[in-house]
Design a protein around this ligand. Structure first.
Ligand code: DHB
Ligand code: FE
Length: 311
């Protein structure tokens, strides 16, 4: 039962005034977007009879979300980040762009500034007795299947507790532990020596989990590894693989799993010869296929606020 307050001239005038639509100054794009979003909120209050108590609960929640620094975590958890991928996928399809490793969400935990090595990088710095050694390797190609030389594969993932360096609540990890980058040689190959991650869970006492609790949803992800793959002649790829066999593979709270992004793990020996901490190690082969620039431009670069640190 709506009280029909939204469509009144009084409300519509208020929305125009609040967004300064009739003023000359301000950012026109922001005015347009904010007017639409604020109008949608006002309309929802009317349509759903959202009470003042409910509105103030929501406003106080925003304060809490900011205090916890979790807005980007929430964006992943409510499917907003996944939706941006769906939009980019749809735009690619409409533009006739085919092939390439599928994109999937970046998540909130990337840190710029990891060291870049040639062809092979060891990225585990801290000992982690609960994690087996892991070698991740593969080839970067174009959609034509030809190797891409000089591509940079950036990688970041969690430790055996599900924590990322720079964001670890225990404060125990060195900067850039389990983060690194490799530049491919002429054969397009890359190789990362690291340790097996486990799935991430959002902070149990945080604002994101508080909202998920009201939806009766968990805040966990399957074990996964993030990548940016960049090359001067291709579009930058933002992706991850999720590790086969994890029970949450199709129950990821951030909706990042995609059929083509499930990586199988092989048990191998010979780790000592490779400089790993044990002879038995896990191996994941994961190849990246990059799509060409569009009219000479990378139209899928996403600029967002990201942490930067020095290695
Ligand atoms: C979140 C955490 C991740 O490790 C990730 O990959 C995506 C999202 C999050 O807390 O929202
Ligand atoms: Fe992650």
């Amino acid at each position: 039962m709506s009280i029909d307050a939204f469509a009144t001239a009084e409300t519509q005038d208020l929305l125009r005034a609040a967004c300064n639509l009739d003023g000359q100054n301000g950012n026109p794009r922001f005015k347009q977007i904010f007017h639409r979003v604020l109008s949608d909120l006002f309309k929802a209050i009317d349509d759903l009879d959202i009470t003042p108590e409910e509105v103030w609960t929501g406003i106080n929640y925003l304060n809490r979300l900011g205090r916890d620094g979790e807005a980007a975590l929430l964006a992943a958890g409510i499917g907003l980040e996944r939706y941006l991928d769906i939009c980019m996928d749809t735009a690619d399809r409409k533009a006739g762009i085919q092939g390439g490793t599928p994109r999937t969400i970046e998540g909130p935990l990337y840190v710029a500034g990891a060291p870049v090595r040639d062809r092979v990088a060891r990225i585990d710095i801290d000992p982690d007795p609960d994690a087996d050694p892991l070698v991740i390797h593969g080839i970067v190609t174009g959609v034509d299947g030809k190797p891409v030389a000089g591509a940079v594969v950036e990688c970041w993932h969690a430790n055996s507790k599900g924590f990322y360096s720079h964001f670890d609540p225990t404060g125990e990890q060195s900067p850039f532990n389990l983060r690194g980058a490799v530049r491919t040689g002429a054969d397009g190959k890359y190789e990362l020596h690291t340790l097996m991650p486990v799935g991430y869970g959002c902070p149990p006492q945080g604002a994101t989990q508080q909202l998920l609790d009201l939806l009766a949803r968990h805040g966990n992800r399957p074990a996964h590894v993030h990548f940016f793959v960049s090359s001067d002649h291709h579009r930058k790829l933002t992706t991850q693989f999720n590790i086969a066999g994890d029970p949450l593979i199709w129950d990821d709270f951030a909706y990042a799993t995609r059929e083509e992004l499930i990586a199988g793990v092989t048990a191998k020996t010979g780790g000592i010869a490779l400089g790993l901490k044990a002879d038995n190690y896990r191996d994941i082969e994961f190849n990246f296929e990059l799509t060409p620039l569009v009219q000479g431009k990378d139209n899928q670069i996403v600029n967002r606020l990201r942490a930067v640190a020095r290695a």
